[in-house]
Design a protein around this ligand. Structure first.
Ligand SMILES: [Zn+2]
Ligand SMILES: [Zn+2]
Length: 1019
């Protein structure tokens, strides 16, 4: 077999993200790169990434969701590069209210019963189609962004295998005695006609303008004396059964207009202010003395239930829920409509009145108000209280109030019977599991999540809706016994009706009847399961558990999850609850929390606000890599304030990075540099100090970035890599080696620079691949793939670079900082002396006591002389400084560790070299204007303004000819006009006019006309 020659090849000069990305998309699809990479790692150590499933309620992912997916993709690519076998299945949360509401809108349905009339079969099919269509569209958008996940096989929560895992989970709770059916006070959406959980309640709020009324409850034994209560929900007064007071506060009787009111003493003043009343203080006493005081319901003549209720209308004590921050200190208590009311009512034996139906209308027992929507009844109740003389004052108040997170209807609180998993008593286990999980950032778990868990309540898992996993509970119509079904097989074995149904959804599953032990028939309970129970079970369900236990044994628990900060109370919590209920532990080991994507003013992005931007739009304008790079550099757990200007700026970084590779590829390809033939290991003795410095920086960045990526501090890794590429490579090393790369011969000095640069660029390329995969794949394919025989088909098969401590040198890096400080001091000094950088000086003298500076002058002597453009660099003792105190001869300046002197006495030799450099710079400029290749040769003319200049330049002929690649260089001071087809141009140097002419050697003799260029010096 003939070995192909292997060397670095040329990268296109311009970074055009559109071309780069189109090219790479084509390559990945042609060579099925994703499959290749997955297969390559399939036998390695496992890394189970679990995707938090988005709701496919729209076909366009929010930019925040795209950011989320980019983070995931970066972690997955990184772990693969580190050799892991990564599980990368994406998921969609297909059930739930968002989708039901979309279908309701499509059919103009306004109430739950209209769904029944539309036909449940049709409704469910529409929901399924809607979810699947949107999921497919979102998949396309994610794939387009370059997200490498297993898009052929996403887990979808509405598939039967997934529903079976939900059923298994419910059965686990049942078997462990945790599943319960009982009364709970819950948040209820009267439009969607279903219960919502605490963690859904925190998702959306609105500011409501509600009544703020002071109501007089007359005492049984004295109709002129009243307990004064305050409420913002007059509609709950028909359900009032008690008044709470705080036994530890001081209460008072006050008089006004011949009546007596009881309220907390500290509230007298604020209540007077709000109501405009003036109270006379009669007496004070502790709140505990009010216990058992009875009153008559102010609405007893209007509300049937208020007349019939037993053991009610009395004062009870609560030190926990009565405060002095608002109201009167006498709290209206309706256990049917308040969690705290319910709790206190249970302890003090108050009855529960609940007079509101599923749609938020009063039940018949509400008497005068029966059939009316509750919130709309507020003003009628206020008017009634006024006319029967029990209203002290009615005002208004604005307050934040929870709304349904999907339909935005204000929620109400009502007591209903629900299915519950009892977890409230397991708080200690929850906290212990959080402690054994790695949270990034740490405070998200230690503070936010644990705070949330302090209020851990039982899990209300039933929902009164349609599109979801049916609750697998069947109840006997004869004896009332419940039975929980854990799988489709169990259902088949127990059914007495046909179970050959299209899916496990309603309404088909509703028709399946079971036989009870008592001989009776069992019907399914109509409820479905909370979608957060479903997504909470994702770590097992997506593995096909429990039917497929083998995969779960290999993969479970998940190694890593990452979602936005709203998931503290949602998915992170749901997974933990499900894991503890079913498996007794948290189903994830590491959790990363990211922020929200907001607009530049810090507002949420919504189509309705007109500030909605998609990742696709960003990618269209600036490229996918620019989007990825932009979102990944942003501190992960802080909110991202999206800005087009910022993206433009970050795209500039990518151009700088590209240009650094272009520089290397231009010269290495020209010299056919072969890193395999000329490895770094063989050039150790030819390495200059600055080469060893770059290798030290390279290994330090490998170490830092590896650690940061392992800790999921991706934004810090991105910033660290940028610093390395832009500062260390582009601004420093590349500038220092320009002259070495320009040398014609294959000197070991040049090869050492190439080998060093190559090692640094290849390490950076591999580390940047998870972040900007299109850009890095393109650079790899164009420039590096052919450079070494062992190079694989794609950049993604390169192993993560190995950190080697032997290359790291603290002193080299510290001394380089001094080099940079010295060079910038010298540059400033030259400016004050109007001495061009290109003009060599005979010597620079440095006076210092610092041993580090002395070492620096030794280590970096050659680099310093070259970069400072000085023939000599000398350390001088401080005592001779007075001799240097001669401003005519020496420019001097201080730096942090000493003083330096620039010798200004220029000999003919330095003058000629300075002038030659001025000439070279302008001829280089002309080569660029002629669009010459880096390696093409020219003939050159140089017309100097006088004999002196011509003579100075003749002494530099070889230098000039070498630098501008001139086969012949004619230097004259005649008036001779340069002949066409030379490209000619006049230049002003040191106040005199020079004329140069260049012609590519291959063109000479051709008859084409060459335009004469403008004579002014370009800016
Ligand atoms: Zn709703
Ligand atoms: Zn039975």
């Amino acid at each position: 077999m003939v070995t192909k020659s292997r060397f670095v090849t040329e990268l296109p000069k311009q970074y055009d993200p559109k071309l780069v990305e189109a090219d790479v998309v084509g390559l990945w699809s042609r060579e099925q790169t994703y499959d290749l990479v997955r297969k390559h790692r399939s036998r390695s150590k496992k890394f189970y990434f679990l995707d938090g499933p988005p709701f496919p309620s729209s076909d366009t992912p929010h930019i925040g969701t795209s950011w989320n997916k980019v983070i995931k993709d970066t972690v997955i690519r990184y772990k693969r590069s580190r050799g892991f076998n990564v599980r990368d299945q994406p998921g969609y949360d297909c059930h739930g209210l968002p989708i039901e509401l979309a279908i309701e809108q499509k059919f103009g349905v306004h109430a739950k019963k209209e769904i029944q009339s539309l036909g449940l079969e049709r409704f469910i099919s529409e929901c399924k189609t809607f979810a699947e269509t949107n999921a497919a569209a979102m998949t396309l958008a994610f794939e387009d962004l370059g997200i490498w996940m297993d898009w052929n096989k996403p887990y979808m929560t509405h598939h039967d295998y997934y529903i079976e895992c939900d059923w298994w989970g419910i059965k686990q709770a049942w078997t462990k005695g945790l599943l319960d059916h009982g009364q709970r006070v819950v948040h209820w959406c009267p439009r969607c006609e279903t219960v919502l959980s605490d963690y859904e309640v925190v998702l959306a709020y609105t500011v409501l303008r509600d009544p703020s009324i002071y109501v007089k409850f007359p005492l049984v034994n004295n109709p002129k004396e009243f307990v004064l209560v305050w409420t913002t929900t007059p509609w709950t007064l028909p359900s009032n059964v008690g008044v709470m007071v705080n036994p530890n506060f001081e209460y008072a009787k006050v008089s006004a207009q011949g009546e007596t009111y009881i309220l907390a003493k500290e509230r007298i003043e604020p209540v007077q202010v709000e109501t405009g009343q003036s109270f006379q203080l009669l007496e004070t006493f502790p709140g505990s003395e009010l216990e058992g005081l009875t009153y008559r319901s102010p609405l007893e003549t209007l509300v049937l239930a208020q007349r019939n209720v037993q053991n009610a209308h009395r004062v009870v004590l609560s030190s926990e829920y009565v405060t002095l921050t608002e109201g009167t200190g006498c709290v209206h208590t309706a256990p049917g409509h308040g969690e705290e009311d319910y709790e206190v009512g249970e302890k003090t034996n108050l009855p529960v009145l609940m007079l509101v139906d599923d749609q938020g209308r009063f039940l018949p027992e509400a008497g005068k108000y029966a059939g009316k929507p509750i919130r709309e009844t507020n003003s009628e109740i206020i008017d009634d209280l006024k006319s029967i003389g029990f209203l002290l004052y009615a005002g208004e108040i604005e307050h934040r109030s929870p709304v349904c997170w999907r339909c935005k209807t204000p929620l109400i609180i009502r007591a209903t019977k629900q299915w519950i998993i009892r977890i409230a008593q397991m708080k200690d286990l929850f906290v212990k599991e959080v402690d054994s999980t790695l949270w990034i950032p740490e405070w998200a778990g230690a503070n936010q999540f644990k705070n949330w868990l302090q209020a851990l309540k039982d899990w209300v898992i039933s929902r009164q809706r349609f599109w979801g996993t049916p609750l697998p509970v069947w109840t006997c119509t004869s004896c009332g016994k419940d039975r929980v079904i854990g799988s489709k097989q169990e259902l088949t074995e127990s059914a007495v009706t046909n179970v050959d149904i299209p899916s496990l959804h309603r309404p088909w599953v509703d028709a399946v009847k079971l036989r009870c032990d008592c001989g009776g028939v069992m019907n399914r309970v109509e409820d479905i399961i909370d979608v957060w129970f479903e997504s909470g079970g994702a770590s097992l369900a997506c593995l096909g558990y429990p039917a497929n236990a083998t995969d779960a044994k290999f993969w479970w628990p998940a190694d890593f999850i990452v979602e936005g900060r709203d998931q503290i109370t949602a998915w992170f919590f749901g997974l933990l609850r499900h894991g503890i209920v079913t498996m007794g532990r948290c189903p994830y080991k590491t959790v990363l929390m990211h922020g929200f994507a907001l607009d530049s003013a810090g507002r949420e992005m919504h189509k309705s606000l007109g500030n909605f931007v998609t990742a696709h739009e960003v990618a269209e304008k600036f490229g996918r890599d620019a989007f990825r790079y932009y979102v990944l550099q942003s501190t992960l757990w802080e909110d991202l304030q999206f800005s087009w200007d910022a993206i433009r700026q970050y795209q500039g970084d990518l151009s700088t990075i590209w240009n650094t590779y272009v520089f290397a590829s231009t010269y290495m390809s020209l010299d056919k540099f072969s890193p395999a033939k000329v490895p770094l290991s063989g050039l150790k003795r030819s390495l200059r100090a600055e080469d060893r410095w770059l290798l030290s920086r390279t290994h330090r960045v490998i170490k830092d970035v590896t650690k940061l990526m392992d800790e999921y501090k991706i934004h810090e890794a991105v910033r660290r890599l940028k610093e390395f590429l832009v500062e260390d490579l582009s601004h420093t090393y590349v500038r220092y080696i320009r002259r070495r790369t320009w040398v014609e011969s294959q000197s070991r000095d040049k090869l050492a620079a190439y080998a060093t640069l190559y090692a640094a660029l290849k390490a950076a390329l591999t580390m940047l691949t998870p972040i900007v995969p299109f850009l890095m794949e393109s650079i790899y394919q164009h420039m590096l793939r052919n450079a070494e025989p062992k190079h694989p088909e794609t950049v993604h098969l390169l192993d993560w670079p190995k950190y080697e401590s032997k290359w790291v040198s603290d002193s080299l890096e510290e001394e380089m900082k001094i080099v940079q400080e010295l060079l910038s001091s010298i540059a400033e000094l030259r400016m004050t002396k109007a001495l061009k950088q290109r003009q060599p000086v005979p010597q620079i003298l440095v006076a210092t006591n610092s041993s580090t500076v002395k070492n620096t002058l030794r280590t970096y002597s050659a680099l310093l002389r070259e970069q400072a453009n000085s023939r000599r660099l000398k350390l001088v003792p401080k005592r001779i400084m007075p001799e240097l105190d001669n401003p005519e001869r020496f420019g001097r300046t201080k730096f942090a560790e000493g003083e330096l002197f620039l010798d200004l006495k220029l000999t003919k030799s330095e003058l000629s070299e300075g002038l030659a450099r001025d000439v070279v710079r302008r001829m280089q400029q002309m080569r660029k204007e002629m669009d010459l290749k880096v390696d093409s040769f020219v003939y050159a003319y140089l017309v100097a303004p006088g004999k002196d200049e011509a003579s100075l330049l003749r002494s530099q002929r070889d230098y000039i000819a070498g630098e501008v690649r001139a086969k012949q260089l004619k230097i004259t001071s005649d008036e001779t006009k340069v002949q066409l087809p030379y490209y000619t141009k006049q230049w002003q140097i040191n106040g005199a006019t020079f004329e140069f002419g260049l012609c590519e050697t291959s063109k000479l003799g051709q008859k084409g006309r060459v335009e004469k260029a403008p004579t002014t010096e370009p800016q």
